[in-house]
Every structure is written in C-alpha cells, then in structure tokens.
Design a protein around this ligand. Structure first.
Ligand code: ADP
Ligand code: ASP
Ligand code: MG
Length: 449
C-alpha cells in the first residue's frame, strides 16, 4: 500500500475549525499514515520571546497566558477525555518552569526544550481530534526518531540514525494506527531536545518521508500551492501547478517561506514527490514538486529573503594572496555562519549572511566580527533584502539577463550573483526597495503573457 506523510502548518492548526479541515484532509487519503504538525500559529513566537527576552514576572505571565488561551480554546472545542487535559496541563507546567528558569536566557538546551512545547501541545490535541472522529490515531514523540547533533536552535539531523529509528519505531506501527507527531523537534545523542530552525516542520515531514520510503509528502498550509512569488507581496502572484525539485529547492533556499530551506533535500535523495496545498481549501488543488517537469521555463518564480547583512572584509594584502579567502571562510565556518552570496574584488570580499528576527540563535555575533577583524578591515551593513529570480537555463539563454536588468534598471543593486548555477539570479537591494523590485520583475516576467 502506498504511504503519504501529511504536514500541517501553524495556521492550519491554529484553532479547532482549522484543525477540523486538516482532519478531513487526513481522512480523505487512505495513504496518509503519518501526520506532522506545527505549533498553533503564534505559539512559537511567544516561546521564542520567553526563551530570549529579559521579561518581568508580569510580562512572562502575560506571554504564558496568551499561549494558554490558544491551547485551551482548542481543548474546549474537543470532547476530550480528562487525560488529554491532564497531559496539556503537564506540558504547560513544563513551560512555566522553563520560563522562570534562571538560566533560560543563557542555555541553548533549555531554549530548545521550551521551543518544542508548541508542537508537543498541538500534536497532542490533533491526535485527540482524529480519535474523536473515529480514526485510530496516536500522538508519537518525534524526539525518538529525529536524532540530531547538539547544535541547538539549528540542529542537523543524522540521516542514517533517523532512518534506523523510523524503521524500528515507526514502520511497525503504521498498519495499526495513524501516527501524529511533532514537526521541528528532535533530540541529540544525550536525548536533549533540539529544534531544526524556524519553519522546520516542513523539513521533519520530508525527513520522515525519506526515512519511511514514502510515496509522497504533502505540505498543507494557508495558500493553494507554491506561487510565482509570495502572494503577500503582489496580488498578481499565481499558483504554479508543477515545479521541479531544483526550482523548488532554489525557491526554498532563497526565501519562499512556504517551504523550509532544507525541505527538498530528503525528497530529492529519495525522489519523493512533494505536494503543497491549502488545508482550508484542499479541493482547489495545489503544486506538485517532481523530479522532471513537462515544462521548464526560463522564469519560474521570484523570491525574497529579508534581513540580510552585508559583510565586507578588506585587506590590501589580498592582492595575489590566495590564502585570504580561505582564512575568511575558516572563521565563518568556526562560527557556523552560512554565507549566501559572495563577490570578490582585488582587495575585498563581500558576502551576505541571513539575520532573521525571531530566530532562536543570533547569527552574526560580535565574536565572529572580532575574529574577522584580526585579519582584515571589516564593515557590516544591515537592512538589505535578497531578491532572486528562479528558473531554468538562465545562464545559457541569450536575452535572459537583459530582460531582468531592464526591469530593475531604476533600482540600486548592491550585489549581483549570476552564473553560479542555471537556476537563479540574485540581487541584494535595500529593504525599502525590495517590494518594488519584486513587483516590477513580476509584472515584466510573469504578467501579460
Ligand atoms: P505554515 O505555517 O503552513 O508552515 P508559512 O507561513 O511557513 O506556513 O508559509 C506559508 C506562507 O509562505 C504563505 O502564507 C505565503 O505568504 C508565504 N510565501 C512566500 N513565498 C511564497 C510562494 N512563492 N508561494 C506561496 N507562498 C509563499
Ligand atoms: N513552529 C515552528 C516555527 O514556527 C516550526 C514550524 O512551524 O514549521 O518556526
Ligand atoms: Mg512554514
């Protein structure tokens, strides 16, 4: 029998009505035996606040009350047996304990324990909802299977171990019950709770699809598929029926929030088709992301990644000094910073680094800058966005770049990356300009043809 993994995002499990649509989606597909859920919308942001901000007791209590309100509203919509409410209260008391823990602001392991609670609560409640609808479903602790390193806040899964655990603990259960588990959450060698980075539930779903050799992986969210660009930027954006693995991977990497950046990696490894659709309107269909598309246009989509930091390191001695780049990248690697765009000149190298708000861990920290300063002059500029055109054969087709540059000729492009691969062209522009850049490109490349 075929196996499908279905993942439901934060807005899809935000309240009992939204959860009921998800339950219908699960029940409508016999192949769905594993369900991955995010925290209810808003909850992870509250948890990040509790984990990262110095709050007064009163403020802490207010944040906890906001979380309780969301969870209790869902519980109230269930005809739940008392043990569900007991379990929910247990999780909330762990939350309270962590929120008032004196080391919460300084211990990454405690922060991840805190962040995991949103998914642990929503999976408990969703499993119960399925049971009430007469479906055999069980809440399963994802930490037993999603084994990771100890890089709290951005943990890296151990693919072989995940496969082994899934084979041992999940596979034998699937004939008996639907498994409802947490996205985003894992555990390290010592069984400390870890998390996979914001938006990581998509990644969990793809990891489980890979580990269980699934036939498909569905990402159910609040839009009816992957669009030509974020529909929040322009109302002219339109859903795409089909995308290739490469295109989707580029889009995810370069900021299409609908897919966590790593989602496509396991899917590509095992050639598992990924579907993206709306849990509220499943009848409207969605996007199928597959290995080979029938049609591979030059321009497929536009993405935007906000909050980019531009770091320029400059040294007169770079001239002919081949070791300089190596030194720079060694420092970045030591601080676990991943670089997106790089340009070099004779004496300088500029690179961009992600610096999103609400991330669990600050990316560009003072220590990394200090280390760079040891070898060079360093300037750090903030407030940039990265806009990327995603498509096919962009490096080899005549006229492709001129069409793009014509469209953005009135904007100041701070950095351009073109040619590293056939699927994208990226520009760094000021945060204030990026909406205009995306709208203009969208008009010129996607509308009216
Ligand atoms: P979930 O909580 O279901 O994981 P997210 O908020 O993480 O949902 O992702 C869905 C959102 O991604 C959409 O509401 C949309 O605003 C945004 N988005 C960004 N780029 C795209 C795109 N190209 N296509 C569709 N949605 C996009
Ligand atoms: N709840 C987590 C977040 O908000 C993970 C996810 O939703 O995918 O980042
Ligand atoms: Mg998401």
């Amino acid at each position: 029998m075929s196996l499908n993994i279905a993942k439901f995002g934060g807005t899809s499990v935000a309240n009992i009505e939204a959860m009921s649509s998800c339950a219908r989606v699960v029940m409508d597909n016999n192949a769905t035996r594993v369900v991955v859920v995010s925290a209810a919308a808003g909850v992870t942001n509250y948890l990040v606040k509790l984990a990262n901000e110095e709050l007064t007791t009163e403020q802490t209590n207010e944040v906890i009350a906001s979380i309780e309100q969301i969870e209790f509203a869902i519980l109230a919509g269930l005809d739940s047996p008392p043990q569900v409410s007991v379990k929910l209260n247990e999780l909330l008391s762990i939350l309270r304990e962590l929120a008032f823990h004196e080391e919460i602001l300084h211990r990454p392991d405690l922060k991840d324990a805190m962040l995991s609670l949103g998914e642990r609560m929503s999976s408990l409640l969703f499993a119960e909802l399925l049971c009430q609808k007469g479906v055999q479903a069980e809440n399963f602790d994802a930490r037993k299977v999603i084994k990771t390193d100890s890089d709290f806040g951005q943990a890296v899964p151990d693919i072989a171990l995940v496969a082994q655990q899934a084979e041992k603990l999940l596979k034998p259960e699937l004939a008996r019950t639907i498994i409802v588990t947490q996205g985003f959450v894992g555990s390290d060698e010592l069984d400390n709770t870890t998390t996979l980075g914001r938006g990581g539930s998509d990644y969990t779903a793809a990891l489980l699809a890979e580990a269980l050799d699934a036939d498909s992986c569905e990402i159910w969210t609040d839009v009816i598929g992957v669009y030509t660009t974020d529909p929040r930027i322009t109302d002219q954006a339109r859903p795409l029926p089909e995308l290739s693995f490469e295109e989707a991977a580029e889009m995810a990497t370069f900021g299409a929030k609908v897919l966590h950046p790593a989602t496509m990696v396991p899917a590509v490894r095992k050639n598992i088709p990924v579907f993206v659709g709306s849990s509220r309107e499943p009848e409207k269909g969605g996007t199928w992301i597959v290995k080979d598309c029938k049609h591979e246009p030059h321009f497929r989509a536009l993405t935007r990644r906000r909050d980019q930091v531009l770091v320029t390191v400059k040294t007169p001695s770079m001239l002919y000094a081949s070791g300089f780049l190596q030194q720079v990248f060694e420092i970045l690697a030591r601080h676990n910073l991943s670089v997106d765009l790089v340009t070099t000149s004779e004496i300088a190298v500029s690179l961009t680094i992600d610096n999103p708000p609400n991330s669990v861990r600050a990316r560009l920290n003072r220590a990394s800058i200090e280390d760079l300063k040891e070898i060079s002059e360093v300037s750090v500029e903030e407030g940039f966005d990265l806009v990327t055109v995603v498509g096919n054969n962009m490096h080899s087709a005549a006229g492709v770049s001129s069409q793009i540059f014509e469209s953005v000729k009135n904007y100041n492009l701070r950095l351009i990356c073109y040619g590293a691969n056939p699927h994208n062209i990226s520009f760094l522009v000021s945060g204030a300009d990026s909406t205009g850049v995306v709208k203009d490109l969208h008009r010129d490349l996607f509308e009216g043809n």
